[in-house]
Design a protein around this ligand. Structure first.
Ligand code: GAL
Length: 332
């Protein structure tokens, strides 16, 4: 009898532990396949809209690629859910003698109407993240090939995670994380986008994965705490001007959800004729199998300076109206 109780207690404990484990993992997004039926490789990504098409650029971490080179892939879509593989737009050999394990992360592409060039910003680093620079590669066409131009520290500051922001008036900004000053910088690009010109503000909190949106007269920034690949509870702050001051810093979702196991990458605003929707784009990193990292994209709930990331579930958006329709089921 005593043995039976012991076995039952062990089973109960195991069941509870499993429930706890899986309730924390229920938000792992399903694999997102492209038009070829292959998992989309666009990690730490950014979106550029050209005409009525969205182009998604991101780290291509496909298994088996030459480890001495770094790759960026590009996909296009008109509805944000069906993505066509366009090209491996960057296929780069170590450009600054950084040695084994050198790094290219979080590519972001801007289009410069004056020079008619597509300008890709990248986080370029050595294996110990000491270089802390941005690199630039350019192309005449949106889907490549992009050619390496140079690397530098924007405004002579350390720059790790980068983000991109294009304001409603078309002005282009780079967001970059500056560790010594403990925060991320929002900086205007030069006229040709080949340089970072002017600091607009420093978001004064040690955050990375910086993302920004202008919505109903307010700027909202989102960032993650500094915990590497491990997810944490991302926070947001607001300001009425890009110069700040940035106030608030609240969790975007219940803190115990750790942003549904994801890290911010970009905020994408869709302006329809009925409503405006802001989509939170984030990565669900799998540090040991980075190629299998997933994407969490969810429309945010924003009103009167408050921003909230709802529990992830499948959705679609009508590009004409901007209205989101939810499928009434969870991911898993
Ligand atoms: C994260 C960062 C990623 C990558 C990772 C490495 O915090 O956002 O882009 O750099 O750290 O640990």
């Amino acid at each position: 009898m005593r043995i039976k109780i012991g076995v039952l207690a062990a089973l109960l404990l195991f069941a509870l532990a499993s429930i706890f484990y899986f309730s924390n993992r229920t938000t792992r997004a399903p694999v997102w396949l492209d038009n070829r039926g292959k998992p989309i490789q666009a990690h730490g990504g950014g979106i550029l809209k050209v005409g009525d098409e969205f182009f998604w650029f991101g780290e291509d971490r496909t298994q088996g690629l030459d480890p001495t080179r770094k790759y960026v892939a590009c996909y296009s879509s008109k509805d944000l859910s069906h993505w066509t593989f366009r090209n491996q737009v960057l296929n780069l050999a170590d450009p600054e003698n950084l040695g084994p394990g050198w790094i290219v992360e979080r590519p972001k592409v801007f289009y410069n109407a004056k020079t008619k060039k597509y300008v890709m910003y990248l986080h370029l680093d050595d294996s110990s993240y000491k270089l802390a620079r941005v690199a630039i590669a350019t192309s005449d066409t949106v889907d490549g090939d992009y050619h390496y131009l140079k690397s530098f520290r924007p405004l002579d500051m350390e720059s790790r995670d980068i983000g991109q922001f294009i304001d409603d008036d078309g002005t282009a900004y780079l967001i970059f994380e500056s560790r010594p000053t403990k925060g991320f910088v929002i900086a205007k690009l030069s006229d040709d986008y080949l340089n970072v010109d002017k600091q607009m503000s420093l978001v004064p909190k040690p955050l990375e994965g910086g993302a920004l949106v202008h919505y109903n007269g307010l700027y909202y920034v989102i960032g993650s705490h500094l915990s590497g690949w491990t997810s944490n509870s991302n926070v947001y702050a607001t300001a009425s001007s890009l110069e700040g001051p940035w106030a608030g810093f609240k969790d975007i979702a219940p803190p115990e959800k750790r942003t549904y196991d994801s890290q911010s990458s970009m905020l994408l605003k869709i302006v329809g004729d009925k409503t405006t929707t802001v989509i939170f784009m984030a990565d669900q990193w799998e540090p040991k199998t980075l190629w299998d990292s997933r994407y969490l994209w969810m429309p945010l709930e924003i009103s009167d300076g408050n921003l909230h990331l709802p529990r992830p579930k499948p959705w679609t958006i009508d590009m004409t109206t901007g209205i989101v329709t939810y499928k009434n089921r969870l991911w898993n």
